[in-house]
Design a protein around this ligand. Sequence first.
Ligand SMILES: C[S@@+](CC[C@H](N)C(=O)[O-])C[C@H]1O[C@@H](n2cnc3c(N)ncnc32)[C@H](O)[C@@H]1O
Ligand code: SF4
Length: 417
Amino acid sequence: MSIITTMTRMWLTRSFKPFQFMNEYDQTLSYQHTEQLGLYIHIPFCNNICSFCPYCKEKYNKERCESYLDYLIREIHAVAGSSSGRKQVTSLYFGGGTPALAIDRLQEIIDAINSHFLITEGVGVELHPENVTVDNLLKLKNIGVTKISIGIQSFQEKFITMLGRTSPDYSKMFKALDEVKLETVSMDFIFALPEQNIDDLKADIAMAFANGANHIAIYPFIDFSFTDSTIPAMRKKEKRKLLDEITLYCESKGYHRDSIWTFSNNAHIKYSSMTRDNFLGFGCSATTLLKDQFKINTFSIDEYEKRIAENKLPTSLTIRFTERQRMIYYLFWTAYSTSISSHDFQAFFKKPLGKAYGLELWLAKILGFIKVDGDVYKMTLKGAFYYHYYENYYTLSYIDKMWGIMRKEAFPKEIHF
Ligand SMILES: C[S@@+](CC[C@H](N)C(=O)[O-])C[C@H]1O[C@@H](n2cnc3c(N)ncnc32)[C@H](O)[C@@H]1O
Ligand code: SF4
């Protein structure tokens, strides 16, 4: 870890204590009094494995998937079974992997969730383009799914080939989206691929909004060290130019920016499993963020099942936050939505934001990263780029290291930053 990162961490957390993830966990999670709680469920199976993808997944096998789902349902009851009544939660998101490979059992999983939780803002599912058929969309709609996110990556053959994927018959996909309407239809794209320019991205964005999407996510390509991808990362200067051009293009079209990488054609439309104050995650590699801790489940499907069979939670690592560490986590993830509200910070920590980070906010304002609008700090275009840049750096130095280790070791002893 570089000296600059360590110094920054010490400055922001006002402590020498590193972010320490330990091989220990609470068998009973205390989330009952948590407000704004979201739920996430991970399904780690795909028909084909993409070489660039960092997520926890393996090639689909029916028997293995069925067994995993049995244990997943047991994990839900193990986490939530000890509380009485149904806890109100915002949303439930299924991610992966390819959750549609478990489509015929999603109802059973949602029933398990509904026996302990009351979902108020709908259910979302990530889909591979090949999953977008009339039959699947009807099945999803019938079990209460209101949001979908489709991993398009690019509508252009040259980039899909570069990514080692194949394009489906888009006309069938668009027809299915036209026939079965859902509240949120988001499409995922990757930018900063070699030789990709703003015209390529404008064409993708226009194609999405003209064919059923009301929300898009444009992620920068990240070259994780543990993947087999040979695609080189784009240079910082070129990437910044592209990100600014994408933002300006979307703004010129009147699209609403609801996070660093997401835009919608309606400000009420949202698809995000990330921007929650707190969440519970179920399944391999799923993370849980509570007021006092963050925990990650094991990446090993075998060890996941073994732990649950022993009536233990499948947690691999836990970090127990100091208050300042939790503030940094809160600010980092809230900033992802491009604004931070002093009122919300005060409600969460019972302390004024200006008192906790007055100097840093003043500096961010002087440097042109944020603007103040009432009690809300809003990110400028420059701020959004530097946030994006730091997030990229964070992903490569923290997530890359952690996931790299967790893919090899089911329960590492300790990881610290
Ligand atoms: C779990 S996948 C989406 C659903 C489905 N599995 C699919 O691939 O179509 C989540 C999204 O992460 C993004 N993603 C995966 N690997 C990435 C990488 N190395 N850099 C940037 N984005 C990536 C892709 O846009 C992908 O659609
Ligand atoms: S990008 Fe999607 S389909 Fe490809 S391996 Fe990752 S999760 Fe599976």
